[in-house]
Each structure stands twice: as structure tokens, then as C-alpha cells.
Design a protein around this ligand. Structure first.
Ligand code: GDP
Length: 608
């Protein structure tokens, strides 16, 4: 194939630049993407577009057509523009290869009404870190509406829309007040950028491009400024990135997403940054269980006509030249990892060398696993987001050790793996899953563990409320203290006497005498005493009235002491200790409760 043989560094041999969209949430990134693509995903036309494959390609003719009002005489030297379909940090962090960005240029969206927001600054830092050029889209310009001036509510001014028009043309149509309002907001935002150490200026006034970043006012709703944005993206990239954009026959390709597609099995959506891919090429991608060596069965792109972009109509290609977003079908892609590189095996290449190179991305994350084997499991949808998560967990404020990692959906086996930690360090028996699906089977396991845990916790919390029924007989000659506290020797006739149990005297109109605060069995403190045990108990009144109660005056040696059971404590017992209750002797459950509280009898019969 002669045409790919000698990459020439020349302006006539350029590939399409790759562009992504970043910015704070709700600044209109998705809307702007729709607007650039001429689609309307947000409004859900005809069931929505189902065939996004990571990136949309705009041929040069399309850009020329859409920017003709700008009368740009400069000829387009690049074949087109490739725009990444998913907005935000995530796609940007995934789109990298050995630390450098795959995006040649970015659109940083700022809401004119809000200015710079936290994620705008995060995006800025990411872009600077990866040395990526960007253009600011000052979006929602159509929201610049002057509600009132001079405090007269009757003077309403608004932005006048002119669909898909260049921004200067639109600007001229606006009233003086709207222009003033616009300029005021623009000045504020330029100042905010300055605070971040960046010079910015309206693009048509920018005389120092390269030193000063360009701002293009846009409306993603009515399309104003979008032609300017498209033209500047293309012109600026082809002017300043000739070297980076020079077409070259060495394949540079990144897996964006691993997807199951009806009729195609597991496919990968890739961005081909440079080089050419052919049907039948032998490729290697990084997999969870090691390198995947396979052969390209089909190279697919969505239909360029948006009307045909409904389910099932992909275009097939014998070969595709960079830059492009492509869906690849091949065997054995189930465990492919999004965010890693795709490598083509040439006739001269050593398979093992390439396998090793392909697995390098994975090595870097493997190195971050805690050697002690104690830690949480982390799972993410892509290598990029996994790396970001691991980085976050490592920061001193967070500092959570990681014992295992995985990419892709949470399966039952992942839950099993994480649950091993229950025996080592309970608090780490956790999967931190980020942007991944959880299979139903795994979900059930997970849910069960969660419920069991909740039950245990509830049991602990309700321990105070749970009063176990008991009947105590006072032992003669064992009255150690008559009052405040009452200290007696008792024989447990029925049930369980527990520390914390409130005690009353049924024969004396159920007077309350306090709670058991300690129990001694053979001079040893214990928490509970079971049926037939003879123990010493200390009872302390919970209120001044109870504290007055005295052996010999309010109750006598022949009186039985029983636990004070309330409706609430019965409910707690039923909810948390059913098993224990059922194991208790029947007589105890029914007959003894009988003289404690009428309602309790009812409940006890229920549960027997
Ligand atoms: P994202 O979170 O950055 O992707 O923001 P979206 O694209 O989802 O937009 C957030 C909201 O702002 C939506 O309700 C959009 O309709 C609205 N919006 C987006 N662009 C514009 C614009 O240019 N003008 C106005 N007035 N509203 C916009």
C-alpha cells in the first residue's frame, strides 16, 4: 500500500484533528455537542440516536458548508474534524496514551451567566497538565436578557436569536443594553481566567493567538457562534499542529468502550488517532486476563445521514484511515479494557513484544495494589477512571488501601473476592464501583450481605429495648440490701435475666422497682443468668419513684419478680430475636407473660 508507506511531514498530508468538550456540569456541553453534530439527542428525536460510537467525524465539506457565512477564504487542509461524543473529564482522561492526551484540541464550555465554576477549573488544570490546546465557548449567550434597567420593570430587553449565525452578525443585532450586559459579563469572566493565570480574549479581537486563549460566544440552543467555533477549531489546529497532525502509517488507537451489540457480540469502540486499520488485521488489546490476540472481523461506522442512524445500520469498511471513531467486531473481546491501546501486528513484528507493550497500561495500575493484601476492591468502567479512583484513594486525606481491582461490570465472582476480606478486615470487605453495571447475580449476593449486616446492626441497637421475659424467685436469707440499690439473691424460675432488664412485681399491681444493673454468679460478674441458675442481682431505680421502692415495704420474700415487658419490647424481640423466642419453652412464652401485660399475651400467642 504505497499511499501509507512514506509519511511526509507536509501540510498536504494531515489527519483530522481530534476534539473533545469539557466544562462544568450544566454549562451546555451535551447541547453544544448536539448542535455541532446537527442532531438533537436531548429532545429525543425518533427514538434517539443509538449509534454513537465514541466519536463523530465531520468531513471538510460539511465544515465548509456550515461556515460559508464566515467567508473564510483560507482553505481547509485537514480532511475533517473528529469530535469525541461523550463530554466531560472522563472521556478526556481515558483518551490518553502513555500520559499524553489523544485530544489535539478541546472546547472548554463556560456558562456566561455563571462564569468559572469548580469543574471549569478542574478541566483547565487537566488541559494544562496534558498540554492540550483549547478554545473557550462562552455558552448560553441567548440567556443574556436584561430584565429591567433603571429599575423600570416595563423595559424588557432580550437576546435576539438568529439560528446558526456567525457571532459577529448576531452581536450586531442586539440592543445596546444587551451588548452592555454581555460585555460586562465577558469582562468578569476574562478577569476570572486571569486569576487562573490565563489570558483570554474574544476570538475576533485576539491578536496574540497562542499567548492568549480565544473566547467564542455561543448558544447551543439557537446555534449562534457554532460556525465560528468549528472554523476556529480546524484553522487553529492545522496552523499550529502540523507535526502532531501529520498522517503516519504507524497505528495509534485507543479503546473507548467495550460494548455488547445485538448481532455483533462484544465489540470495541475505538478512536483511531493515526495510521490505517484494515479488515482482517491481526490486533492485540489489553485484557483483564492478559493480552487478547484477535483478528478484525468488521470495521463499522455509523451512517453519516442522521436519519439512518437508527438501530442496526452501520457502514462496513475494508479499511479506515485516521482520524476516525470506529466500532470493531472481533472474537474474544469480552475482557478487553476500555482506555487502553490497540496494537496491530505487522508481518515483521514479534507477537510477544507487542503483547507486552499492550499490557503495559495495566501494569501501572497493578502496581498500586496494596502488598499487604488488605484493602477494598475497586472497580471502574475504564482504565482511565480506575486510575483516577486509585489516585484519589491514595491521597493523604482519604488513604484507603486497595487489595483488588477490576474493570467492567461487577460479577458474582467480584463479590466473592471482596467478601474474603470479611475474615481479614471487615471494614474493607467493600467494592467501590464507579460507573459500572452490577450483574443481577452479584446484586443479589451483595444485597443479602447488606441485609445481614443491617440485621446485625439493628440487633445491637435494639439490645436495650429488647427485654427478655424472666421470672425470679427471691431466695430467703439473701437480702443483701433492701433499697437503693436493691441487692438480692434470686433463683431464675423461667426465661433469661439480663443486665438492663426492667423488673416489676406483678402481685403488687406491677410496681416498677428498677433495672438489673449487674448480676453475679458465684461472685463473678455475668451479663445473663439462665433458668435454674441462682445469682445475686443489683436493681437500681431509673427514677426517684423507683428509687424509693424497698424490700419489706413494697414487696416481700414471697413475691415473684418479673421482667417488665412492653408492647415495644415485644416488637423488638419479634423483629430481632425471633429464633431465641421460639426456642424458649412454650409455657414461658404464653403463660408467664400472661400476668405481665394483657397485650403481651396476645403477641406471645401470635408468635408461638
Ligand atoms: P452539560 O451538563 O454541560 O452537558 O449541559 P446540558 O447540555 O445538559 O445543558 C444543561 C441545560 O442548559 C439544559 O437544560 C440545556 O437545555 C440548557 N442549555 C444548554 N445550552 C444552552 C444555551 O446555549 N442557552 C440556554 N438558554 N440554555 C442552554
Amino acid at each position: 500500500k504505497k499511499e501509507d508507506a512514506t509519511p511526509e511531514k507536509s501540510e498536504d498530508n494531515l489527519r483530522s484533528p481530534i476534539c473533545c468538550i469539557m466544562g462544568h456540569v450544566d454549562t451546555g456541553k451535551t447541547k453544544l455537542l448536539d448542535c455541532i453534530q446537527g442532531t438533537n439527542v436531548q429532545e429525543g428525536e425518533a427514538g434517539g440516536i443509538t449509534q454513537q460510537i465514541g466519536a463523530t467525524y465531520f468531513p471538510a465539506e460539511n465544515i465548509r458548508e456550515r461556515t460559508k457565512e464566515l467567508k473564510a477564504d483560507a482553505k481547509l487542509k485537514v480532511p475533517g474534524l473528529l469530535v469525541i461524543d461523550t463530554p466531560g473529564h472522563e472521556s478526556f482522561t481515558n483518551l490518553r496514551s502513555r500520559g499524553s492526551s489523544l485530544c489535539d484540541i478541546a472546547i472548554l464550555v463556560v456558562d456566561i451567566m455563571h462564569g468559572l465554576e469548580p469543574q471549569t477549573i478542574e478541566s483547565l488544570n487537566l488541559l494544562r497538565m496534558r498540554n492540550t490546546e483549547f478554545i473557550v465557548a462562552l455558552n448560553k449567550c441567548n440567556s443574556v436578557v436584561l430584565i429591567f434597567s433603571n429599575f423600570h420593570l416595563d423595559r424588557l430587553y432580550g437576546w435576539k436569536n438568529s439560528r446558526n449565525a456567525p457571532i459577529l452578525k448576531t452581536m450586531k443585532q442586539q440592543s445596546k443594553d444587551v451588548q452592555n450586559e454581555f460585555n460586562m459579563r465577558l469582562t468578569q469572566i476574562i478577569t476570572q481566567f486571569k486569576e487562573q493565570g490565563l489570558n483570554t480574549e474574544l476570538y475576533y479581537k485576539n491578536r496574540e493567538m497562542g499567548e492568549t486563549y480565544s473566547i467564542i460566544p455561543t448558544s447551543a440552543i439557537s446555534g449562534e457562534g457554532v460556525p465560528d467555533l468549528l472554523l476556529l477549531l480546524v484553522q487553529w489546529s492545522q496552523k499550529t499542529m502540523v507535526e502532531k497532525l501529520t498522517y503516519n502509517n504507524e497505528v495509534q488507537c485507543t479503546v473507548l468502550e467495550v460494548k455488547v451489540v445485538e448481532g455483533h457480540g462484544t465489540t470495541i469502540d475505538v478512536v483511531l488517532v493515526n495510521g490505517v486499520l484494515h479488515e482482517g488485521d491481526q490486533i492485540i488489546v489489553c485484557g483483564m486476563q492478559g493480552p487478547i490476540v484477535t483478528t478484525i472481523r468488521a470495521l463499522l461506522t455509523p451512517h453519516p445521514m442522521k436519519e439512518l442512524r437508527v438501530k442496526g445500520t452501520y457502514l462496513h469498511h475494508k479499511q479506515i484511515k485516521a482520524a476516525q471513531g470506529i466500532k470493531i467486531t472481533a472474537q474474544g473481546l469480552e475482557h478487553a479494557i476500555a482506555g487502553t491501546g490497540l496494537y496491530v501486528v505487522g508481518p515483521q513484528d514479534d507477537l510477544d513484544d507487542i503483547k507486552e507493550v499492550a499490557m503495559e497500561d495495566m501494569k501501572s495500575v497493578m502496581n498500586r495494589i496494596d502488598k499487604s493484601g488488605e484493602g477494598v476492591c475497586v472497580q471502574a468502567s475504564t482504565l482511565g477512571s480506575l486510575e483516577a479512583l486509585l489516585e484519589f484513594l491514595k491521597t493523604p486525606e482519604v488513604n484507603i488501601p486497595v487489595s483488588g481491582i477490576s474493570i467492567g461490570p461487577v460479577h458474582k465472582k467480584d463479590v466473592m473476592k471482596a467478601s474474603v476480606m470479611l475474615e481479614k478486615k471487615k471494614e474493607f470487605a467493600t467494592i467501590l464501583a464507579f460507573d459500572v453495571k452490577v450483574t443481577p447475580e452479584a446484586r443479589m449476593n451483595w444485597f443479602k450481605a447488606y441485609i445481614d449486616n443491617l440485621k446485625e446492626q439493628k440487633k445491637k441497637e435494639s439490645a436495650d429495648e429488647a427485654v427478655f421475659p424472666c421470672v425470679l424467685k427471691i431466695l430467703p436469707n439473701c437480702i443483701f440490701n433492701k433499697k437503693d440499690p436493691i441487692v438480692l439473691g434470686v433463683d431464675v424460675l423461667e426465661g433469661i435475666a439480663k443486665v438492663g432488664t426492667p423488673i416489676c412485681v406483678p402481685q403488687r399491681e406491677f410496681i416498677d422497682i428498677g433495672r438489673i444493673t449487674s448480676i453475679e454468679n458465684n461472685h463473678k460478674p455475668v451479663d445473663i443468668a439462665k433458668k435454674a441458675q441462682k445469682v445475686a442481682i443489683k436493681i437500681i431505680g431509673s427514677n426517684p419513684e423507683e428509687q424509693q421502692k424497698m424490700f419489706g415495704r413494697h414487696f416481700e420474700i414471697e413475691d415473684e419478680l418479673v421482667s417488665r415487658i412492653s408492647r415495644n419490647s415485644i416488637d423488638v424481640l419479634k423483629a430481632n430475636y425471633r429464633l431465641l423466642m421460639i426456642q424458649a419453652p412454650r409455657r414461658h412464652r404464653v403463660s408467664r407473660l400472661l400476668y405481665v401485660e394483657r397485650e403481651a399475651v396476645f403477641v406471645a400467642r401470635d408468635s408461638s
